[in-house]
Ligand binder design. Sequence first.
Ligand code: AVJ
Length: 332
Amino acid sequence: MSLERFTLVVARLHNQKALFATDVGSGLVSRPKTLPCRYFYDEEGSALFEEICKLPEYYPTRTEREILEVRAGEIVALVASPLTLVELGSGSAEKTRLLIESILGRQATLRYIPIDISQDALKQSSQRLVEDYRRIEIDAIAGDYQEGLGRLPMASDGTRLILWLGSNVGNFHRDEAAKMLRRVAAKMGERDRLLVGIDLRKNRQILEPAYDDSQGVTARFNLNLLARINHELGGRFDLSTFHHRAVYDENIGRIEMYLVSDRAQQVHIDALGMDVSFAAGEAIHTEDSYKYSPAEIDALAEAAGLAVAGQWFDQRRWFSETMFVHQCARLP
Ligand code: AVJ
């Protein structure tokens, strides 16, 4: 039975509901108001994100897939065999299949450790993977990056390829991204490799529609955060009085997403015993999505104590895959 090849541990360290309440409360009293983007991914939000990935305007998923389709063999060849595959923020793990197939082409079995904040996404994707690949064994970890990394076995036996795809790194401010990579690096041995998918700086005419699509899926994804507060914390947000906004700040090199109140209003949140006041046109900042130049990727590596061991682009140079190693590691 395929189930025997799939285990899931829940690495949640905190009471999630209490943490959500605390984060929402402190975000909505800050000026400007903010909400953490990690809370997008409840069951509905994860499904909406999968829909975003298929939108004509949302090029990152398709472009990263294109790079992996062409380069999976080359990428995997830079890691010693046999390897264990680890993935941060695995989501549906659709693109991961390209690497899995390449790896299974050179080793008999594969241990895959996906880490994701969404337990639903982990169960679904893992179930499908064990059904489709008879030689894979999955030890999934449900938790955020920190919780997941804490559960990783030490780099004692064997080699690991750690994946952080989809430009998930883009949600971090640049210095926080370097800190996060440092934390991953601390888990890596000399032979281990880290492959990071990073979206590149480009024209606003391409970027803004990718985050404000014509079918309004990204708007629903963003607004779902308010729906989640309504469901889980007894919020009284009227979703029809807020709209989605996405703007590219070219100097900083990031897309910023907001939920904008169409009118002056007060919103009660039961679980917080709190009334939140909005001025007409006042925005809640819900997400940043940083874009990188190749030089900024080099700077990120340097700041994290890592070296670039390989790098691949699509033909238009819209997206990148970078393989990082410890600065002290010998390259193959
Ligand atoms: C999952 C963080 C990579 O920033 O492109 C997509 C999230 N937000 N559309 C991104 C997202 C709106 C996505 N990441």
